[in-house]
Each structure stands twice: as C-alpha cells, then as structure tokens.
Design a protein around this ligand. Structure first.
Ligand code: AMP
Length: 406
C-alpha cells in the first residue's frame, strides 16, 4: 500500500509518498519520494523541489493555479529521474493535513462530500488554512480520480477531549454555542510525540503523563494524561499561548480595544500586527528566527536579549500552567525547530523545573540529540528530544483508517 501525504499551506505545500506494503513499521521510515512547492518568492511562479532515488531535482515553473503546480509535481512520481511508481493507480490513499476540524471531528476521517462541506464551513474559524486544505483535497480528486480514498487528519482532533473548564472562555455563554472556544492546534505533532515518547520509554501511551513542547515558528504546549490532551496553550486560533516567531501569543485583550479606539486599527491591521509583526520579531526587530535573535544578542543587541528573556519566561510560565493539570510528570518532550535544535531553550525550560527533580545531562543536551532522553539517570522526570514527523503521523492515520474500512 502506497500512501501519499499532502500538507498544503497558503504559500507552500509539502508532499511525500510512503510505501507501507510491509505494514506499519515500528520506526518512522524514510519516504519513497518527497516533493514541495513554494509560491512565496513570486505568486505566479511555483518553485518545485523533488527528492527521490537519491536525487534532488529543482525547477521553477509558471503556474496560474495551485492545482496546475500540484499536477506538475505529482508527474515526477511516475516520470523522469525521480520516478518511484509506474502509474497513479498505485497510490492507495491520500492523507491531508487539515487545520480545523471544529468540535465535531475528534478523529481523522475518510473524506466524503459531508466532510468537505464541514471543512468549508469551518473556514470561518481558519480562513487562511482550511480553504487551501480543501483545495488540496479537490486537486487530488481531479488528478487521481474520486475512487482513490482521501483522509482528513485534523490539527485540532487530538485536543477534542479537552474538558469544558479548559475549552470554555469566560466570556458570555453564547460564545460557546457559536463555537468560540479553545480548540488547540499542532495536534498531529503532539500525538506523534506522545506515541514516540511511549516507544522510547518502553511504556504504554495510555499510562503516561507528559508535557509536549512543540516549539517551532508556531509554538504550543500540551498536557497529556492517560493518552489524551487535557490542556493546551493554543486556543480558538493558533495565535494564543506562547510567544512565537512573529506571533504574539497571549496578551491582554484590552490592548486590542485600546488599539481600535486610539489608533483606529481595523481587524485586518490587528491580524497583521499580532500574527506577523509580534513575537521574537516584534520585540527584537531583527527577525522571527531564534538563530537571528541569538546572533544579535552576541552583537550586544539589547532588544534581542529582551526578546529571548521574554520567550523563556513565557515558556516556563506556560509549562507551569500545563503542570497543574497533571497528577505527576513522566516526561517533558521538546520538538519542532527550536525544541529539537536549541540546547539553550531546553536548558532554560528545565532549570525552572529543577525543584521538581528535573535534571538535564548537559553533555547530552549539547550533542544534537534526536529521539533521545537527555535527562540524567537520577532525574525524577525524563526529558526527551523528539524529531516530530507530522507527515509520517498522517500516513499512519491514513493506513489505520484504510484498514478499518476493509
Ligand atoms: P519549524 O517551524 O518547526 O520549522 O521551526 C522553525 C524555527 O526553528 C526557526 O524559525 C528557528 O527559530 C528554529 N530553529 C531551527 N534551527 C535552529 C537552531 N539550530 N537553533 C535555534 N533555533 C533553531
């Protein structure tokens, strides 16, 4: 069984093909083929990169639509030096990352007309993401035909078991009835980390209590008890919670009222301000990438230093807030760009947990650990660095759904 995964974003799209003919392996396998399309340089030009058979092929094509560029990309599966299959009919299923599944989708699901209608309806909550996710599903239907099963894997689904005291905002109750509530995001990554942590610790995922820290450009934490996410830092939108690359994270909502009244800010201006001009970028002024911030600190930049200190303070305080949802802590997991690559951030986060008996092995922490425990043998809590593999997690979901339905 060959499964194609499509992770469609507004200005880029990643895809990969997994060969699961031998069943689901224990270790995440390398994909047979990986492809990406980037429209961020020029909207009418698709920069296409394909990796397969040990080769990397790049080209830029003029494409008037996403579907045209996707067709071009998929042709490389069965043509040219990156060919890995003979015909499109060898693809058994397609798994899609879909950002918002609302309150109704608690699990991944096979795409039907009703599911497509729900993804379109939920676009009011995720206007940047859900429409492109739906476009990806429709493009695949056009290219592969409607007989090839497609599976929607929702970013919100892993948080669907949040209890009401966590997901209801303390505004008027009509908000909940309208769907204004905490949903949480990065669910595929948090769930993958739960399963990988269980594998690395030789434990059952249902028996573990974890805090998973997905620290990338976007960042969120999840408190996981008995296999479920029971609290998380992102909320109604992926803007809530931690300070991020260019997103503010949580702030006093009174600031927004002030900006509207005194600066005449519109909704679109607030959106740009909070999503694109805040966070590490907004405070440091040098960039939203932690590496840029650290390089600026080394040059003596005081705003960059403040940005880093704020990032650490907010990370520590939200780890504390996740902690109180758990009875005990088996492991804290660091993942995504910053979580996987920054010993400084891992150390700063763990220092705050020293009073709980968390002890980091600094040699392991500084030796580019991946899928490894970096705590000392005496530490009361394991500290894991896990390379998140969302595409592989989507392929696994797809495989499971395909096996349920036969
Ligand atoms: P992601 O969204 O998971 O791809 O993470 C991207 C972010 O990871 C970048 O914007 C950087 O802030 C961060 N990052 C990647 N590599 C490093 C590194 N070696 N040191 C610190 N931060 C890093």
């Amino acid at each position: 069984m060959k499964i194609l995964v499509l992770n469609a974003g507004s200005s880029s799209q990643k895809s990969c093909l997994y060969d699961l003919s031998g069943g689901l392996p224990e270790q995440p396998p390398e994909p047979l083929w990986e492809g990406s399309i980037d429209w961020s340089v020029h909207p009418d030009t698709a920069e296409i990169k394909v990796e397969a058979n040990g080769k990397v092929v790049k080209n830029a094509i003029a494409a008037s639509s996403k579907s045209e560029a996707t067709t071009h990309l998929l042709n490389s599966l069965w043509q040219g030096e990156t060919q890995v299959i003979n015909h499109a009919s060898e693809i058994s299923a397609v798994g899609h990352r879909v950002v918002h599944g609302g309150a109704e989708y608690r699990d991944s699901i096979r795409v039907t007309p009703a599911v497509k209608e729900a993804i379109a309806r939920l676009s009011t909550f995720a206007p940047v993401h859900n429409p492109v996710n739906l476009e990806g599903i429709e493009t695949m239907e056009t290219i592969l035909g409607s007989d090839v099963p497609q599976v929607a894997v929702f970013d919100t689904a892993f948080h669907a078991q949040l209890p009401p005291e966590v997901y209801v905002y303390p505004g008027p109750y009509t908000w909940v009835e309208e769907g204004i509530r905490r949903y949480g995001f990065h669910g595929t990554s948090h769930r993958y980390c739960r399963d990988r942590a269980a594998h690395l610790l030789g434990r059952n995922p249902q028996d573990l209590q974890l805090i998973t820290c997905h620290l990338g450009n976007g960042a969120s934490l999840a408190a996981i008890r008995n296999g479920y996410s029971i609290d998380t830092t992102m909320g109604f939108t992926p803007l809530d919670g931690l300070m991020m690359g260019s997103r503010s994270g949580s702030l006093d909502p009174g600031i927004l009222i002030y900006l509207m009244r005194n600066h005449g800010c519109t909704a679109d201006q607030l959106d740009t301000l909070l999503n694109k001009q805040s966070g590490l970028l907004g405070i440091s002024g040098v960039g939203g990438d932690l590496r840029q911030v650290i390089a600026a600190i080394e040059q003596g930049n005081q705003r960059a230093k403040l940005a880093l200190e704020m990032y650490i303070h907010r990370l520590r305080s939200l780890i504390g807030s996740m902690l109180i949802s758990l009875d005990h802590l088996d492991a804290i997991v660091f993942t995504a760009g910053i979580g996987e690559n920054s010993p400084l951030i891992r150390e700063a986060a763990c220092q705050a947990l020293h009073f709980l008996g968390v002890e980091l092995d600094s040699v392991k922490n500084n030796s580019h650990p991946i899928d490894t425990d970096i705590a000392t043998p005496h530490s009361s809590v394991r500290v894991l660095v896990i390379h998140t593999q969302e595409d592989w997690a989507i392929a696994q979901e797809c495989w499971q759904i395909m096996h349920q339905s036969v």
